[in-house]
Ligand binder design. Structure first.
Ligand code: FAD
Length: 570
């Protein structure tokens, strides 16, 4: 058994993992593991941009971090923790300038300043961008910095489970995918930065690798999941494939039309129109479709034709390529067919109430980025705030840990015993999967995606949520007899997909369970049977745990105090 020893191990090499790793590597011996080559991480798919109140445009001169924080809290339907939001927005200009000094090639204004575009729910144009390939740009920039700073990468290593001694983390157990071997990383600090879990839904803008692996591992180790009922459905995904059509397209002036040529957002958000927050636009589109004003009962039009060829080619080249390749539509000449699709997970691994950023109740375990719930997005995330979250908190968590210093190590005998237990339980699980005769993972995965899509979508109600929850419990039972067809462990992607499915089923079940509990409509969680927000009962975070009797839910207070809780009007 190979054992690697480090001061800290970061699981995940997207923007969150890279920024944390970069900071920690300035003083410590650290490892970053990733199930894919780092620049294949999903952060690279981010299109529209990263928010910071730089005020580079004339119309943005009065922008401030406080306005940014206010927009974020209002956008979150007042469920975000306000102190954490304030920190993020104050750090935002510094983090963008840091990226610039690392060499990130942002798009520029004539003046030479970083270009900014309007985004949904934002009072000023504050989204900094690199064409419509911002994530790709930032990911490569950070990766180069990590290589330059000798960060030690373990590519194609799959995090399986956490190893803890009592309530203290001592390491992780991984699968080296190419060799098919189990490898232990022993460390007093583990930082999970494993990204989102959009693939619990069938239709999603997310890469197939977004399977909630860090969430599953943390959940099995007893760390609760927070606010998982809040799933963001992006309003404009390409009809059929659900590839993202960035909000930047509407930021650049794109319009939404129904089948009678109406800019229907005038009915729902007369001021903000196509730049209302995503939850509001996704619902407006689905209503148009449900009431018969969609095309083919399935989509509406995103029209960019009035922007002109030059602007589309300069600012939205990726969107044009995708529309042409995947829908046969050139947005210079024709509108793009779009429909809402799962996009982002506002919820994730719970962090400690009033702890350090990313700190969990399991001592030594920190979480960040899309797998976590630091509670900056509340019930609905504003576009451009996620890339920001990854980098601001990656740096902050790294700095906090370095300041905190390395903790006293647990006794080596006890650690070895915990490692042996972890290995033998994983070995017996893998053997069981190889010898089982039951269902193959893809069948369970399809059924999970279908029930999530159908019953835990943009609009929800009790009966459907109950169906989803029951379906998921039954799928969990089927999973006990899941069968991995090949027993050769080298590059065994059947095995990898099964490990992923184990995590997805847990998170899907949590998501349906928390959605059943929340009998109100707030942000992205809209219930036909409880159509209004109920601050008296539900201005609280949900925390879901697994107990012997099944799932259990507790609540955690929302940190308020900077902005008054009000109705959202756009
Ligand atoms: C199409 C699209 C466009 C977007 N555009 C924007 C935008 O313009 N602006 C914005 O702010 N946000 C945007 N977002 C959201 C944003 O991109 C993500 O929330 C953010 O990049 C997540 O970063 P992360 O580092 O947390 O996770 P990721 O970038 O997903 O990285 C996760 C990492 O964890 C690793 N990993 C996962 N599981 C395991 C495992 N079991 N073992 C080992 N490693 C593992 C992966 O290999 C990967 O390296 C977009 C999202 C999508 C889907």
């Amino acid at each position: 058994m190979r054992i690697e020893e480090y001061d800290a191990v970061v699981a995940g090499a997207g923007l969150s993992g890279l920024r944390t790793g970069l900071e920690l590597s300035t003083k410590w011996n650290i490892a970053v593991i990733s199930k894919v080559y780092p620049v294949r991480s999903h952060s690279g798919a981010a299109q529209g941009g990263i928010n910071a109140a730089l005020g580079n445009l004339e119309e943005g001169r009065d922008d401030t971090p406080k306005s940014h924080a206010f927009d974020t809290v209002k956008g979150s339907d007042y469920l975000a923790d306000q102190n954490v939001v304030m920190f993020m927005c104050e750090e935002a200009p510094k983090i963008v300038v840091e990226f610039e000094s690392m060499g990130a090639p942002f798009s520029r204004l004539e003046s030479g300043l970083i270009a900014q575009r309007p985004f949904g729910g934002a009072g000023f144009p504050r989204t900094c961008y690199a064409g419509d390939r911002t994530g790709h740009t930032l990911l490569h920039t950070l990766y180069e910095q990590c290589i330059g700073n000798n960060v030690k990468f373990f590519d194609e290593y799959f995090l399986i489970d956490l190893i803890k001694v009592e309530e203290k983390i001592v390491g992780i157990i991984t699968l080296d995918i190419s060799k098919g071997e189990l490898v232990i990383f022993r460390a007093p600090y583990v930082i999970l930065a494993t990204g989102g879990f959009g693939r619990i839904f069938k239709q999603s803008t997310n890469a197939l690798i977004n399977t909630g692996d860090g969430n599953g591992a943390a959940f099995r180790a007893g760390v609760p999941m927070q606010d998982c009922e809040f799933v963001q459905f992006h309003p404009t995904t390409l009809y059929g494939t659900n590839i993202l059509m960035t909000e930047g397209a509407r930021g650049e002036g794109g319009f939404l039309f129904n089948n009678i040529g109406e800019r229907f957002m005038s009915k729902t958000a007369p001021k903000a129109m196509e730049l209302a927050p995503r939850d509001i636009i996704a619902r407006a589109i689905d209503i148009e479709i449900l009431e018969g004003r969609g095309f083919e009962n399935a989509y509406v039009h995103l029209d960019l034709t009035h922007l002109g060829e030059e602007k589309i080619k300069e600012r939205l080249p990726g969107i044009r390529d995708i529309s042409m390749y995947f829908a046969g539509v050139d947005p210079i000449d024709e509108p793009i067919p779009v429909q809402p699709g799962q996009h982002y997970s506002m919820g994730g691994i719970a962090t400690k109430y009033k702890g350090d950023f990313g700190e969990t109740d399991l001592s030594g375990l920190y979480v960040m980025g899309e797998c976590s719930c630091l509670s900056v997005h509340g019930a609905n995330r504003l576009g451009g705030n996620s890339l920001l979250e990854t980098s601001v908190f990656g740096r902050a968590i790294g700095r906090n840990l370095l300041q905190r210093g390395l903790p006293e190590l647990s006794s080596i005998e006890i650690v070895k015993k915990a490692e042996d237990n972890a290995i033998s339980s994983i070995e017996s699980l893998l053997k069981q999967w190889e010898t089982n005769t039951g269902i193959v993972p893809v069948e369970i995965r399809d059924k999970m995606g279908e029930t999530m899509n159908k019953n835990v979508g943009v609009f929800r109600k009790e009966e459907e949520l109950k169906i989803a929850y029951e379906d998921l419990k039954n799928l969990q039972k089927s999973f006990l007899n899941v069968h991995v067809q090949t027993s050769d462990r080298k590059f065994n992607y059947g095995l990898v997909r099964t490990l992923e499915l184990r995590n997805m089923l847990d998170i899907a079940e949590v998501s349906a369970y928390a959605a059943l509990w929340r009998k109100e409509s707030r942000g992205a969680h809209y219930r036909w049977d409880y159509t209004t927000r109920d601050d008296k009962k539900y201005l609280a975070h949900s925390l879901v745990y697994r107990s012997k009797e099944g799932l259990k839910l507790k609540t955690k207070p929302v940190i308020l105090g900077i902005f008054e809780v009000k109705e959202r009007v756009y």
